[in-house]
Design a binder for this molecule. Structure first.
Ligand SMILES: [Zn+2]
Length: 90
């Protein structure tokens, strides 16, 4: 792998996500949003360079338009990225 980050295909995650309507700090409401063939920069969420692409469900604020990933998807991504960064056995 040339880069320390990862490009993850959202279609392949297969995560059943429970979506709820949560309040956004800006005063809006985070509503379910389907990301399709977009590039979502999850670097700030995961702490390593990760671009998420494909189709996956997330949330988008109905007031400010900011987007987030549901906690369960965040957990799966954290696990996948952790596995990618494990050194191979000598
Ligand atoms: Zn908002």
């Amino acid at each position: 792998m040339a880069s320390p980050g990862a490009d993850i295909d959202g279609d392949a995650l297969g995560v059943g996500v429970d979506l709820t309507l949560d309040p956004c700090p800006c005063g809006g409401t985070l509503r379910p949003h389907r990301f399709e063939c977009e590039e979502y920069d999850a670097t700030s969420l995961l702490g390593v360079p990760v671009i998420l692409a494909g189709r996956f469900m997330g949330n988008r604020c109905d007031k400010g338009g900011e987007t987030t990933l549901p906690g369960k998807l965040h957990d799966v991504l954290t696990e996948r990225v952790g596995l990618l960064q494990m050194p191979l056995a000598p």
